[in-house]
Ligand binder design. Sequence first.
Ligand code: PLP
Length: 511
Amino acid sequence: MDTSEFIQFAKATIDYVADYTDTLRSRNVLPDVEPGYLSKLLPKEAPQKSEKWQEVLKDVEKYIMPGVTHWNSPYFHAYFPTGNSFPSLVADIVSSAIGCIGFSWIASPACTELEVITCNWFGQMLGLPSEFLHSSNGTGGGIIQGSASECTFICLLAAKERTVRRVKQLHPELDEDHIKAKLVAYTSNQSNSSVEKAGILGSMPMRLLPVDDKCSLRGEILKKAMQDDMEKGLIPCYVVATLGTTSTCAFDNIDEIGQICKEYDIWLHIDAAYAGAAFICPEFRYLMSGIQYVDSFNVNVHKWLLTNFDASVMWVKDSKSLVETFSVNRIYLSHDKEGLIPDYRNWQIPLGRRFRSLKLWFVMRIYGVQGLQEYIRNDVKLAHLFETYVRSDDRFEITTEVILGLVCFRIKGDNNLTKELLNRLQARKKVYLIAGMYHHKLVARFVVCSRLCREEDIAISWNEIRSQTTEILQTKFNKESIKNGIKSTDDMAARIESLNLESKKNMQKIS
Ligand code: PLP
């Protein structure tokens, strides 16, 4: 393909991306395919001869799109958002064109240096203590990893090395393997699955501790668990606290947890994968009170900061702990500027790394801090609008305080009602929500995800939820009334209808 043909191809692709974005509202958020659908449609082997790009692009719409879950649809309310914006998409094109593998400074100085700068910009935007920033006189700094899972795991490995060194100093007679076998990590039973996985990968038991009624891990619970372990001769090593849990967006009490970690010299990592982005707005920073105690902190800009997957920013106060854990040297990796600026290969698991900071830089510059704050605040406002709809309908309850973009709600009564609601919504494919747990209650999680989401979209999603609930309750009451005699069917149907009408009226009032 020559350059002029590439330009035509690229322009047509950009047009396609713009059309796709424009038509997202009219597509079902969930696809209507069964496992294995694609292998029935595509050839069994790669083509021997070159094909026309026009055909390839056409096949994206014909074969790929029918199997896509549209994470950027305004009716996608599942999981947490996936970052997406035009500046970020465009930056990824530039990054791919440069195609450098920036494992060390010399491997592509701009790749390392822009990452240092964007991590500092972002750290300042969040109001992180200055010890987390790159500076000429400290050991702190940020790096862009691929995922929050990697950050949690990397910090576990660094905590392990740090603890072994500490214990070795106190007890030189102990051998390293003996110490490693005694290390224990702690987190709440609400933390993301990736935290438990980090324990498995790092061969360190990860205690999943109980939480209070707000799903928050408290200091006393942590202290008791650690003391129990120490009495058994085990060594507390690593704590992962979450700011914005996946299930209910709960916030662990890092003021309390942090003081305990400091007292026992234990590495405290904060997983703020989703909620961390909100701290660019000063009014949400109270949620990270206790940040001064923290060793490492992570925010996925690929979640709630308009930056395409993957980009998970992680800061540490003591980058030496990472370097001591991860550096393996070879002659072909050395260069004469070593030590003057991070060689990020020593802060991460893989050797190779992409030029991810470009997309964060484009996003920060093209939105500006104010534009990004507006985006966060608007999503929170939309979540509160949805909350108002739910509260206006007597058939539902809100289970946890709505703080950011997640609303946890349920149909009053048995868990099966909410389960059925989620199943029906999934089968109809128009809006997508998933389940969470609030203590023993099953909840539907409604997250404002898409940057395209507007008030009208929230109303459309709510209408779908409301009308499906009416059908579920009608079916349930019909079944019950068959058991109890026909008359009650009419009474119950009338009651359901009146609740439905009341909810509709309330919705009109709110709008
Ligand atoms: N932590 C929290 C609180 C999350 O909600 C998630 C994913 O939703 C993760 C970690 C995992 O993120 P990643 O896919 O970047 O590893």
